[in-house]
Design a protein around this ligand. Structure first.
Ligand SMILES: Cc1ncc(COP(=O)(O)O)c(C=O)c1O
Length: 417
């Protein structure tokens, strides 16, 4: 059914397996890429010592695990302001004869945005023309492979692209099953090297197994099968478009609030993220909003974007079945209430990672040394106050670094509180 959903050239010719989730499925996909590359290299009498895998720096941690556990060099294409999603730009600088494959993500964990698999594939076509390197794509469709076929049937991201050799997904995300079930499908059996598949007889008959686990719970597999039959294509399309409607409603509501700007709006996956408008306030940030929403029972995490963009904090909502429009309105109301509370603050909330710092401040020659607590605000220009032990509260309206420079010698004594 999945091979059909993802447009495998021949459903009978495709191969696949169930897993515990996308992590295991991605690792199996990575292993197949690596083994196929090893076979080709050995056949050509070339070294297999330095395999690498190319992907966006916004990949989910399972890819870092794969590279770490199976000794593959992880090559990250950074996400930046110029290229907020990996689209194949500058790919030629990252791939070489040791590249086992390229990962494309249908539904970036951080923002929900789809990476344009077709552009990545075109970039690899151009590389093949120029260098002869024929590099395959694995699509990590943890969420999107269960959403895009229903909401964006015309978006070409799957086996319609010849370079896409394998696709993985989580049944327990938008497949609608409780954890843990995932799936991986190879477009043709030949892309799953036979020597990775074990055949066991001790359960009776001949049972092929390609999985990291042997025993696994079967209930989720049955439930996935049941849902496919019960909902069918139309049913899944109805469920997913209902979720998208709620996500768009929420994102428009949040985007319209003064402090925020949207990073994504839920039109790819029913997942979206936003950030604070630069310069909006020094008194609170998204971590504080997250904490305050928790008091209402909402779990709306705030976290930094990856690598080159790690100075940006975003907050994300993942809309799952059960989050109705009514509930979404309650959530919007709670966000408005908490924003209005935070906006009334007259001084900064304690900030994560920049919280009170016990320090010894002096002029460097041992004279005039005073222990104190630095209370840091947020942002580049911190409203820092040094409460010194002589009770003279000095106000500094410049970065802590400058405060430290002014004082000439500061030795951190640890954090307070
Ligand atoms: C893009 C992506 N890949 C892989 C995973 C791992 O999925 P699982 O939790 O099913 O192992 C996730 C989970 O958030 C994800 O978003």
């Amino acid at each position: 059914m999945l091979a059909d959903l993802w447009h495998a050239p021949s459903v009978d010719g495709a191969a696949g397996t169930s897993t515990i989730g996308s992590s295991e499925a991605c690792m199996l996909g990575g292993l197949a890429l690596k083994r196929r590359w090893q076979h080709a290299r050995r056949a050509a009498g070339k070294s297999t010592e330095k395999p690498n895998l190319v992907m966006s720096s916004a990949v989910q941690v399972c890819w870092e695990k794969f590279c770490n556990y199976w000794d593959v060099e992880a090559r990250y294409v950074p996400v930046t302001d110029e290229y907020p999603v990996f689209d194949g730009h500058d790919l030629a600088d990252h791939v070489d004869e040791n590249t086992i494959g390229v990962v494309a993500i249908m539904g970036v964990t951080y923002t929900g945005a789809y990476e344009p698999v077709a552009s990545i594939s075109q970039a690899l076509d151009a590389i093949q023309q120029a260098t002869g390197l024929d590099i395959a794509i694995h699509v990590d469709g943890a969420s999107g492979a269960m959403v895009a076929p229903f909401l964006r049937p015309d978006l070409v991201w799957d086996f319609r692209l010849e370079r896409v050799h394998s696709i993985s997904t989580s049944g327990h995300k938008y497949g609608g099953v409780y954890p843990g079930v995932g799936w991986i499908v190879w477009r043709e059996e030949k892309w799953l090297p036979e020597d990775l598949v074990f055949r066991v007889s001790y359960l009776g008959g001949d049972m092929p197994t390609f999985a990291l686990n042997f025993s696994r719970p079967g209930a989720q597999v049955l439930l996935q099968f049941y849902l496919f039959l019960r909902l069918g294509f139309e049913g899944y399309a109805t469920v997913q478009s209902g979720l998208q409607k709620v996500a768009l409603h929420l994102s428009h509501g949040i985007g319209a609030m003064g402090p925020f700007e949207l990073v994504s709006d839920g039109s790819d996956l029913p997942v979206f993220a936003w950030r604070m408008r630069p310069g909006y306030t020094e008194n609170w940030n998204l971590y504080h909003l997250s904490d305050r929403l928790r008091m209402h029972g909402w779990l709306v995490p705030a976290y930094p974007l990856p690598d080159a963009m790690s100075d940006r904090t975003v907050q994300r909502i993942v809309v799952r079945a059960g989050l109705s429009l009514d509930l979404a309105d309650d959530l919007l109301e709670d966000i408005r209430t908490e924003v209005s509370y935070l906006d009334k603050l007259e001084s900064p909330m304690p900030m994560e990672g920049t919280g009170p710092l016990l320090a010894r401040i002096g002029n460097g020659d041992g004279r005039d040394e005073r222990a104190g607590v630095l209370l840091a605000g947020s942002g580049e220009h911190l409203a820092a106050r040094a409460f010194l032990d002589d009770a003279a509260a000095l106000e500094h309206d410049h970065p802590i670094a400058q405060l430290v420079d002014d004082a000439q010698a500061v030795s951190p004594l640890g954090t307070a509180g």
